[in-house]
Write a protein that binds this ligand. Structure first.
Ligand code: ADP
Length: 401
């Protein structure tokens, strides 16, 4: 009998969830509770190609939303009975968590102690955990950290050239995020290359609203573009990625912006949205770019140029490259972004096969390079499956002790 895991991703005002089959990663039922804490909280559940909307109590927070979700799941009793564990996505695990872990009081305290490094995410993740433990007391709860996959990075990759004291005393270093996605696509890439992951050298580019790129040497993450927070590196939907580090202080001291205004500007009104003055949505920018919108064209060009530079530089870290992998909403679907980025890398022996590139979209996985090129693979990600797998394994192992 196949087992299932309820995967939860709790944000400050939302809960994204899915019941995932452990054997094949299929999401059998999924749902989204939104606008929690307001008077128009909503809950939508999709199952077997139908979507049902439910109302939630006014001002409902994680605790009552998860209790409502638990009650509604009684309508899917057959499925609910097969859920063996709950897997929680936790954004920041600091240096403490190098892998997924069963949640106990000590783990909750450690997640709390890491909250200063992810103030928008960890407190919400923790509140979700505590509420889910109340709603589903009979199940084991497992925390799967976005940062854990990158704990194999060497010191020369994760340290900034800042006074060492800041690392020792305050933990200021590169942590990386989107770990479950990079882990999933690197495992899949090794399968498609027909070789063990442990001997695979890869560069994996996760391009969604948030974007990150990871260098993998002999199956282990060796460098990644997101840093202490998920702001560094590539151009993203609304986040700026790399900058001259003096720009934020320049905005504060010369332009008189407050620290929180600068923080908002860098996180919420920069990236594709900031440059295009139009949207953070890559699809819309591609459309407008074709219609001659110059700022849309510029935003996409800057996005691809930054990505190409990172791919080139990560060839230093990965070692002799077995494959470059594209994933995430943009990486999986935008043949334009892939083609333009690869064109910029032609001197490094990358070239794309246009027909294959057009074919690998909307859920298709496969190779898209020309024969003489480094291998380039498109792989739809499945972060929920990684979380479900880890939660099921740990739960099973704890039952066997
Ligand atoms: P998130 O990081 O929120 O999970 P996704 O991985 O879903 O985001 O990626 C969202 C991005 O993917 C958006 O910029 C969207 O425009 C882009 N995207 C989705 N489908 C396409 C497509 N067919 N062509 C180009 N971009 C696409």
């Amino acid at each position: 009998m196949s087992s299932y895991v309820l995967v939860l991703n709790c944000g400050s005002s939302s809960i994204k969830f899915a019941i995932v089959a452990v054997n094949n990663g299929e999401s059998i039922l999924s749902g989204l509770a939104e606008n929690l804490g307001s008077d128009n909280s909503t809950l939508k559940i999709s199952h077997a190609k139908t979507s049902t909307s439910y109302s939630l109590p006014a001002n409902c927070k994680h605790e009552s939303a998860l209790s409502s979700i638990n009650n509604i799941l009684n309508e899917y009793q057959d499925l609910k009975q097969k859920v063996v564990a709950i897997g929680h996505r936790v954004v920041h695990g600091g240096e403490i968590f190098t892998q997924a872990t069963l949640i106990d009081d000590e783990v909750k305290a450690a997640i709390k102690n890491t909250s200063h490094m992810a103030p928008l995410h960890n407190p919400a993740n923790l509140s979700g955990i505590e509420s889910a433990q109340l709603a589903f007391p009979a199940l084991q709860h497992v925390a799967v950290f976005d940062t854990a996959f990158f704990q194999t990075m060497p010191k020369h990759a994760y340290l900034y050239a800042l006074p060492y004291e800041l690392y020792k005393t305050h933990g200021i270093r590169r942590y990386g995020f989107h770990g479950s996605s990079h882990e999933f696509v690197s495992t899949k890439a090794a399968e498609l290359l027909n070789q063990p992951l442990e001997v695979s050298n890869l560069i994996t580019a996760h391009l969604g609203n948030g974007c990150s790129i990871t260098a993998i040497n002999q199956g282990k993450a060796i460098d990644t573009s997101l840093g202490l927070t998920p702001l560094e590196g590539l151009v993203m939907g609304t986040r700026c990625g790399d900058l001259d580090p003096s720009i934020p202080t320049y905005m504060q001291e010369t332009l008189g912006y407050s620290a929180s205004k600068v923080n908002d500007l860098l996180n919420k009104s920069s990236g594709l949205l900031g440059i295009s003055e139009l949207s953070n949505d890559c699809r819309l920018l591609e459309e407008q770019s074709k219609n001659g919108n110059e700022l849309a064209q510029l935003a996409l060009e800057i996005f691809c140029y930054r990505l190409a530079k990172y791919i080139a530089s990560y060839m230093v870290a990965s070692g002799p490259l077995d494959a470059l992998v594209f994933t995430g909403g943009i990486g999986e679907n935008s043949s334009f972004i892939r083609q333009r980025t690869i064109a910029m890398l032609s001197t490094l022996n990358f070239s794309i096969n246009e027909q294959l590139n057009e074919k690998m979209r909307f859920g298709h996985a496969g190779f898209v390079q020309q024969e003489a090129s480094h291998k380039i693979i498109v792989i739809p990600t499945n972060e929920e499956w990684v979380i479900a797998n880890k939660a099921a394994k740990l739960t099973l192992a704890s039952g066997e002790q």
